[in-house]
Write a protein that binds this ligand. Structure first.
Ligand SMILES: *Cc1c(COP(=O)(O)O)cnc(C)c1O
Length: 348
């Protein structure tokens, strides 16, 4: 981070880019009664006949407040997946640059690298599912633009040690993307408070997990104003639709309900851990800091199929490195978990 220079990381084409200027960019409503004849919309009101706010100001203002951060440090996208794709497109030159991922981890980083023609250097986690910091720093070269850290990590469910992430933030001169999709379930603090200390830090979160809004697609990116400025330049003007903005706003304003649901999920997680622990065919139960549990079993394919036959779908993660014979269980409702546990106890 010492020699960090954002300008050197931005693709030349993005630096030179003159962003599209939309009707809602050129005239920003101050709330007064106006006649809008500037965007070729159908004038008959049905709730969504107007283009949405391209910068989602109402939603950002609430998020900024809740996270004690400036609105200019927030970018919203059509799920984290769009946010991550924008990061690639802003900083990685196709067929030249590379990124680093730490398998076993979230599959989208690799897919997005492929789509964007960016080389993905994979550095396996250690056997206790921690980043191998020395090895990571060894594979960094001048074309390494991004390092993806998922903490709590999917599918291993653990949060990485703070000191390891800190070392990476301090030693890597590209951008460190910390994916905090599961942060609301974690006992660890978010890295958001560290944005002020690390100009190379990007934190992504989502409303898809703890906030219970996977269906509306809303991903959040927090970073320095400079980084957000670059991403704003290349994002599609109306990337977050009106219905999503409204629904997300209602939900983030209802923190009591969200926190209550998280509490219930964590309590259920503990029950599920206890039940899994007592099963003979469960060989390792990994510690979890998320809303799911990774378990090593005797024969994952067999157990997966047995559960399917009982109408329960879990995720078989056995093809992932270090995850041989593992199943990933998302924590469900108390009724669902009770059924799952009863079924698991009956398996032969
Ligand atoms: C589920 C998940 C996401 C969420 O992606 P969205 O596109 O926001 O739904 C992001 N990162 C990880 C690691 C996940 O497991």
């Amino acid at each position: 981070m010492k020699g960090f220079d954002l300008n050197k990381l931005v693709r030349e084409s993005v630096q030179k880019l003159q962003p599209y200027s939309s009707a809602r960019d050129e005239y920003v409503s101050d709330g007064s009664e106006m006649i809008f004849l500037d965007a070729n919309e159908n004038p008959y009101d049905n709730g969504v006949n107007r283009y949405p706010d391209p910068y989602q100001r109402s939603l950002k203002s609430v998020l900024a407040d809740q996270k004690s951060i400036s609105e200019n440090q927030i970018l919203l996208g059509n799920g984290s997946d769009e946010v991550l794709d924008l990061i690639y497109r802003a900083f990685c030159e196709p067929n030249q640059d590379n990124i680093i991922t730490l398998p076993p981890t979230y599959g989208m980083y690799k897919v997005l690298a492929g789509i964007n023609a960016v080389k993905n250097k994979e550095v396996l986690l250690t056997n206790d599912f921690e980043p191998n910091v020395d090895e990571i720093l060894k594979v960094v070269d001048i074309k390494t633009k991004l390092l993806f850290i998922c903490s709590p990590n999917n599918p291993t469910a653990n949060s990485f040690h703070k000191e390891k992430i800190e070392r990476l933030l301090k030693s890597f001169n590209g951008l460190v993307v910390i994916d905090e999709a599961y942060i609301d379930f974690s006992k660890d603090e978010s890295w958001l408070s560290q944005l002020i200390n690390y100009p190379n830090l990007i934190v992504t979160q989502t409303l898809s997990k703890a906030y219970g809004l996977a269906g509306i697609r809303l991903g959040v990116c927090y970073a320095s104003e400079e980084i957000i400025g670059v991403l704003n330049k290349i994002k599609p003007p109306y990337n977050v639709n009106q219905l999503t903005q409204q629904h997300a706003l209602q939900r983030v304003l209802n923190q009591d309900l969200v926190q209550q649901e998280v509490k219930h999920i964590l309590k259920e997680r503990q029950e599920l851990m206890k039940a899994l622990e007592s099963l003979e065919f469960v060989e390792v139960l990994y510690p979890t800091d998320a809303n799911f549990i990774l378990a090593k079993v005797d024969d994952a394919n067999k157990r997966y199929q047995q559960l399917l036959n009982k109408q329960v779908v879990v995720r078989n993660r056995s093809t992932q490195p270090l995850c041989e014979n593992t199943l990933r269980f998302t924590v469900g409702t108390p009724e669902e978990n009770k059924k799952l546990i009863a079924i698991l106890k009956e398996l032969e």
